[in-house]
Design a protein around this ligand. Sequence first.
Ligand SMILES: [Zn+2]
Length: 193
Amino acid sequence: MQKLIREFSRLPSLGEKSATRLAYYLVNNHRELALSLATALRDAAEHVKLCKQCYYLSEDDLCVICRNPGRDSSILCVVEKPADLMAIERVGEYRGLYHVLHGLWAPLRGQGPESMKLAELVARVKTGAVREVIVATGSTVEGDATALYVARLLGEMGVKSSRLAQGMPKGGELEYADEVTLSRAFSGRTVLG
Ligand SMILES: [Zn+2]
């Protein structure tokens, strides 16, 4: 039990108190859920990897979005993390492809451009198949800094980029934005360069 509580406490935003409650909930009263959860976790940890093209989560080399012939491969939407991509997909209006950075440019936290999948984005754009890039990082200081940095890189390559409209609350994390807000942010994009 102590080990389980300790492992739960290592999860983001789960203090020792919640970890303890969760551990007892599963082991004392919901043993079946505990077992199916364990199986699901193992399956995901063993089989889910990153898509070779966009770095979204996938069980195959290419994710379901990159494999979909109905998507427009000339438009890329750049997001910070998989949860942001999922939020945009829930709105169901965007028909292009994605590029997941897996990080933001955060010099104050010692995270430089090399800490995200930026070189991979540049390489992808260099193939010439991409016509437009939408930078959909959250409206935080780091999200803004990343958007400007990405736009400058793309501008040097002659690719136009835009940023989601700032309709989202300042400091807003994309993954928590509701669908109407996200949809509006998409249609009211601002050109970066
Ligand atoms: Zn993909």
